[in-house]
Unconditional design. Structure first.
Length: 657
């Protein structure tokens, strides 16, 4: 069934980003929002990545929400399952579950300039409209599977690390693991023991440092529980220490001592000098993500593990062939090949159209760019979380997410205070921001000549924030209104901060009726009986300029009041068109204006239609208008049932005339 809903904010994704957005919207009193999540559970990265050994590589006391610290982390770098549980707890604690529409994959979002609304469509055809559109689709979410000739002919088990085959028994199997990034260095040691033979295919060696991991003692956990201040201090200390890791990245000369440490670490663990050579990276440390592990290097001392550095040229039914012609028989292939990190790839299944139908991916043909990684020119009221150039190699991404969420809420507040319909970043502000990024990227280790998932084909860094994360926090503390173009709300009437929108009027006009029945008809049109409509105040007959108040009492007993105006001016353009098709010119139009319908509903939608023709005939059956109105009322009722919100309206309604 197609569901049409209207919200202040629609968020895509229920990972750390989307959940944080939801929590902070509630905190800011913006209750009208929905989170659309394609999966059937929250968690994003931590729902998907369940491979053996999966854990964060930023300390859990820091890799968690600042406002939702936990004293219970079992170890410094918690395993994936524990992070996932943390997210489930946060979802329930902040009562977000009822806000999330699971199984809703967003496939299309288009901005309606006139209405100032995003129309967002899911794969199943549901449509949501929202004033603001927030993308929390995740930067590491769409698996990257290399295009290796013959892959489709492989008859064994093949899967990506983020889609781990938990039912696959590795015992006695010959396994090819392709890729040596953050995931592979975690699962390779975890399966090396079980498999008969493991081939680790490496294209480029990672720099690896020891992981300062250990379990937290019961005493530490108790102290953190007793003293949140101590826990916060611990978090702050971790933050400062991690932040210092950006120094060698921004100043490659400082990287040399770090390379020495990493090199010594590797040599101390790997026995075979020829393997040491193969494991030694050929680029400056920090150019690609520096990995942390205490058990990866030792794997290469095992007799059942081989490090293969020749490029893979072909895959056959049951083997992997490298460029040197060597064929290795395998039963399974694991792709530890990471994710599509370029938004132009990972947003392929989500078409986003801004002003004048401008397609986001076409707009980004030369590379993804967004002002502060959040706003894209020509896409008003759209906000990205973990957008271009806001990833971190050295610290917690959640710190960046919280900064962005704060900024977006500031934007929403400004829309309100400025009584603006839309805000659209000025192209010049975006250009200046990009120039600044490019300047800052110069002379960093990222431009020292390596290819990584931080960069696109032409070498442009599209992923990483070049600098201290606290600088980004400072930049996102306040919105500079001069960096945006603000368009005023087109209509006079607003409800609960919502933007005005207008329901399109179509051509269905047939039966006529005399004006004397207008008021009663308005209270009585199809589908509204169940709402017990009552005209509470009508100032005379239904002629131009007259106004009535329509009160609806829903089944949950919450009153909703609408103003009905008979007017000449409403959407005359469309109505004239309708009239001209019928060979008449309209004289009376009506508007249904929600005036008091609770604190967060129907967002100022004005429902308009042609009421009477020149001979005083009422054109009934303007089905689309009434259907839209009816849908909106139903939505209100559903929300009220969901949220058990009591609308502030009161008063008893006089009997129907
Ligand atoms: C193995 C692994 C380890 C990591 N470790 C760390 C770490 O230690 N520290 C760190 O800072 N970062 C780490 N990261 C990065 C991590 O992705 C981020 O920290 C964070 O989880 C991103 O959250 P997110 O909500 O932006 O994206 P995600 O967690 O990817 O969530 C995105 C959500 O959006 C949903 N979605 C996507 N498209 C649609 C659509 N069209 N319609 C509806 N729903 C959609 C997805 O189903 C998903 O639930 C790691 C990543 C991986 C893969």
């Amino acid at each position: 069934m197609t569901v049409q809903k209207r919200y202040d904010v629609a968020i895509v994704g229920a990972g750390f980003s989307g959940l944080c957005m939801g929590i902070k919207l509630q905190e800011a009193g913006i209750d009208s929002f929905v989170i659309l999540e394609k999966a059937d559970e929250v968690g994003g990265t931590w729902r998907e990545n369940t491979y053996p050994g999966c854990a964060c590589d930023v300390q859990s006391h820091l890799y968690s929400y600042s406002f939702e610290g936990s004293p219970d982390w079992s170890r410094k770098f918690a395993p994936s399952g524990e992070i996932f549980q943390y997210m489930l707890r946060a979802t329930d604690k902040y009562a977000l579950r009822s806000r999330i529409r699971f199984g809703h994959q967003v496939v299309h979002a288009a901005f309606d300039v006139e209405a100032g609304l995003w129309r967002i469509r899911t794969r199943d055809g549901d449509v949501v409209t929202a004033r603001a559109f927030v993308l929390g689709t995740g930067p590491l979410h769409v698996p990257m599977i290399p295009n290796i000739p013959g892959l489709e002919t492989f008859e064994g088990k093949a899967f990506h690390s983020s889609q781990w085959a938990h039912d696959y028994d590795f015992r006695g199997k010959r396994v090819a693991s392709i890729g040596t990034g953050g995931s592979a260095i975690q699962y390779v040691p975890a399966i090396a023991d079980a498999v008969e033979q493991l081939y680790v295919f490496q294209r480029s060696a990672p720099w690896i440092l020891p992981k300062p991991d250990r379990p937290y003692s019961k005493l530490e956990q108790t102290l953190f529980r007793l003293s949140p201040q101590l826990r916060k201090l611990h978090r702050a200390w971790l933050y400062v220490r991690n932040e210092a890791r950006i120094l060698p990245i921004m100043n490659p000369r400082l990287a040399q001592p770090l390379e020495k440490i990493a090199s010594l670490y590797m040599r101390s663990l790997v026995e075979d000098p020829s393997v040491v050579d193969k494991l030694t990276p050929d680029y400056t440390i920090g150019c690609k993500r520096v990995l942390l592990s205490n058990d990866y290097y030792q794997v290469f001392n095992r007799s059942n593990v081989e490090l293969v550095t020749e490029a893979i040229s072909q895959i056959h039914e049951s083997s992997v062939v490298t460029a040197d012609g060597v064929e290795r028989a395998v039963d399974a292939i694991i792709f530890g090949t990471g994710f599509h990190t370029d938004p132009r790839n990972y947003l392929q299944t989500l078409k986003i159209e801004g002003v004048d139908g401008k397609d986001l991916l076409t707009h980004w043909a030369k590379g993804a760019e967004a002002y502060l990684g959040i706003s894209v020119a020509g896409f008003p009221n759209m906000f990205e979380l973990v957008g271009p150039n806001t990833g971190l190699g050295h610290n917690s991404l959640i710190f960046m997410i919280e900064s962005q969420v704060h900024y977006i809420i500031e934007c929403l507040k400004l829309l309100e205070t400025k009584k603006a319909k839309t805000m659209d970043v000025r192209p010049q502000a975006l250009r200046d921001f990009n120039e600044e990024l490019e300047e800052r990227l110069e002379d960093t280790v990222w431009t020292s000549g390596c290819r990584s998932w931080y960069t696109q084909e032409d070498g442009k860094n599209i992923a990483i924030w070049p600098g201290f994360s606290f600088r980004y926090r400072a930049r996102t503390r306040h919105v500079n209104p001069d960096h945006y173009v603000w368009t005023p709300q087109a209509q006079q009437h607003t409800v609960a901060g919502g933007a005005m929108s207008e329901t399109e009027i179509q051509t269905e006009i047939d039966i006529a009726a005399p004006p004397s029945v207008v008021w009663s008809w308005l209270t009585d049109f199809s589908g509204f009986r169940e709402w017990n409509p009552m005209v509470t105040a009508a100032d005379g007959p239904a002629t131009e300029g007259s106004v009535a108040t329509l009160q609806y009492r829903s089944s949950v007993g919450v009153p909703l009041r609408f103003e009905v105006r008979i007017t000449r001016t409403a959407r005359e353009r469309e109505l004239r068109w309708v009239g001209s098709r019928l060979g008449i010119s309209g004289e009376h139009y009506f508007e249904l204006i929600p005036v008091d319908a609770g604190t967060h509903l129907v967002h100022g939608e004005v429902f308009r239609g042609l009421l009477a023709g020149p001979l005083g005939f009422v054109f009934r059956n303007q089905v689309p208008v009434f259907e839209a109105f009816n849908r909106a009322l139903k939505e209100v009722a559903e929300r009220q049932v969901d949220d058990t919100i009591v609308a502030p309206t009161g008063g008893t309604a006089p009997a129907r005339p």
